[in-house]
Design a protein. Structure first.
Length: 66
C-alpha cells in the first residue's frame, strides 16, 4: 500500500469519526438537561478532526502553480 493510499484511508476514517461525532452530539442534546461539558468536549474533538481532515486533504492534492 502506497503512502497516498494510507493517507486516503486515514482521511476516510477521520471523516467517518467526524460524522459519528455529529450523531453523538445530537443524541446528548436530545435529552435535557444535558452535560454541557460533554458537549463541549465532543465539539472540540470534532474541530480537531476537521483540522486534521483539511491537513490530510491538502497534502493529497498536488501543488499547482497558477
Amino acid at each position: 500500500m502506497s503512502k497516498q493510499d494510507t493517507m486516503r484511508k486515514q482521511l476516510e476514517e477521520l471523516k467517518l469519526e467526524h460524522r459519528d461525532l455529529d450523531d453523538a452530539i445530537a443524541r446528548v442534546l436530545e435529552n435535557p438537561p444535558y452535560d454541557q461539558l460533554k458537549v463541549q468536549r465532543l465539539k472540540k474533538r470534532k474541530l480537531v478532526l476537521k483540522d486534521e481532515i483539511i491537513r490530510l486533504a491538502d497534502s493529497l492534492l498536488p501543488d499547482i502553480i497558477a
